[in-house]
Write a protein that binds this ligand. Structure first.
Ligand code: C2E
Ligand code: CA
Ligand code: CA
Length: 393
């Protein structure tokens, strides 16, 4: 199997240049061995004089490399004419090889990746064992670097495969957490939160990984699709709240997914953590969703750098305060003042004001005094699978 990638090629080129400089030879190369062939992966020096180019593939059996590997040739040949095995090889004449040094590049576990070699047009009497030691050291370091890169590629492939599976709903499920009127009188909404079967353990790490791999929207849409499937079992007076990033909010697939559901029962939560590059475009998409009846929440308000600007620009229907503002609010006048200001702003634009991460009665009492409409947090309900109502036949 050929495993050369652009990254492996650039690692190879670096070491091949070092090898040629260290040996003082006319040309150096790295070959990759696979299925009885050797392919030139990187060359440095007078390659055209030898008639060699990257990508050339020749049978291993006709090569110096095969003979060094099985011991028929030594690692250094200062004068090829003086070596009967080397001088008898057709490649000696074809490429005009006068001197040679070569050593295998091994991957961990001993697998031979290929050979790092130097070639001279004429004899090079100074070529010695110490040159070979240098070449071996370079080959060892190159083997480690290539192996590290291949391990990275493998790890990335694994993450990508998991993300693709999860985006299809395989290995992902949805739990819901209630959003309850601050006086405890009723549940106004349920926030849908994704849970995954395998590591990483935290869902936000999954979404961050997905964004890094360019699959953020796929995974978010996968979660939304799975969440919407719960809607028929959500009590009719309760809204379903979905998390979206700005780029998913602007994706045509979101509107299409929402086309067939009761959109007036949907709230989309846009995190304040994500910076918004272009409010104009975002607002255009928000307006379209709103025209369909969907409501907008600003999530994690107070956690970002531009809460007031964000809220003023987006005019959300719901403002959700971040847990960082809520924890210990009953004993912290500064948090109280900040939440008070955000409540005033929220009310000024006619938004429902929700506090997240409420864990104690003290916090709830303080939030109630400040005029917060609803609370979400362990105090009133942990995220859990949606209880399905028993339907009459
Ligand atoms: P978030 O949207 O701010 O969700 C609220 C998080 O706070 C949830 O963590 C929830 O379990 C947690 N939480 C709720 N009440 C309390 C509390 O009283 N105390 C504490 N300490 N924590 C509380 P979770 O489910 O781990 O989700 C973390 C983040 O991952 C979410 O933050 C959201 O950014 C992201 N996420 C989760 N599910 C989805 C999803 O389906 N789609 C998208 N796009 N993002 C999601
Ligand atoms: Ca949220
Ligand atoms: Ca939040």
């Amino acid at each position: 199997m050929q495993i050369a990638t652009d990254a492996v090629r650039s690692i190879s080129r670096r070491y091949v240049a070092l090898a040629r400089a260290a040996l003082g030879m006319d040309m150096a190369w790295l070959t990759e061995h696979a299925e009885a062939m050797q392919t030139v992966q990187a060359v440095d020096g007078a390659a055209e004089q030898f008639g060699v180019a990257e990508g050339d593939a020749t049978p291993l059996e006709s090569s110096y490399c095969a003979r060094v590997l099985d011991g028929r040739l030594p690692g250094t040949i200062p004068d090829v004419r003086a070596n009967p095995v080397a001088s008898a090889l057709s490649v000696t004449e074809r490429f005009g090889i006068g001197s040679y040094a070569g050593t295998p590049v091994q991957l961990p576990g001993g697998r031979v990746y290929g050979m790092l070699c130097g070639f001279g047009r004429g004899p090079q009497p100074s070529l010695s064992d110490s040159d070979l030691r240098v070449l071996e050291a370079l080959a060892g370091a190159m083997g480690e670097e290539i192996a590290e890169h291949l391990a990275d590629v493998e790890a990335h492939d694994l993450v990508r495969t998991r993300l693709e599976r999860a985006a299809r709903g395989d290995g992902m499920r949805i739990v819901v957490q209630p959003i309850v009127a601050t006086d405890g009188s009723r549940t106004i909404g349920l926030e849908a939160l994704a849970r995954f079967d395998c590591p990483p353990p935290r869902p936000d790490e999954w979404f961050a990984d997905a964004a890094r791999y360019g699959m953020g929207t796929d995974l978010e849409l996968g979660a939304i699709e799975a969440s919407l499937a719960l809607l028929p079992d959500v009590p009719s007076e309760t809204y379903l709240s979905l998390n979206v990033s700005p780029s998913t909010l602007c994706h045509a697939a979101l509107r299409a997914m929402l086309a067939d559901v009761a959109r007036e029962r949907i709230v989309v939560e846009l995190t304040e953590h994500a910076s918004v590059a272009d409010y104009g475009t975002l607002l255009g998409h928000i307006d379209a969703l709103r025209a369909d009846g969907v409501r907008l929440a600003v999530d994690d308000a107070g956690a970002g750098y531009a809460s007031f600007r964000h809220i003023l620009a987006l005019r959300p229907d719901v403002v959700k305060f971040d847990r960082a503002l809520v924890t210990g609010i009953d004993a912290d006048p500064v948090r109280e003042a900040l939440v008070g200001a955000l409540v005033t702003l929220g009310e000024g634009i006619g938004a429902t004001v929700v506090a997240e991460g409420v864990e104690t009665e003290g916090e709830r009492a303080a939030l109630r005094v400040l005029g917060v409409h609803a609370v979400q947090g362990y105090l009133v309900g942990r995220p859990a699978p949606l209880a399905r109502p028993i339907r009459q036949r």
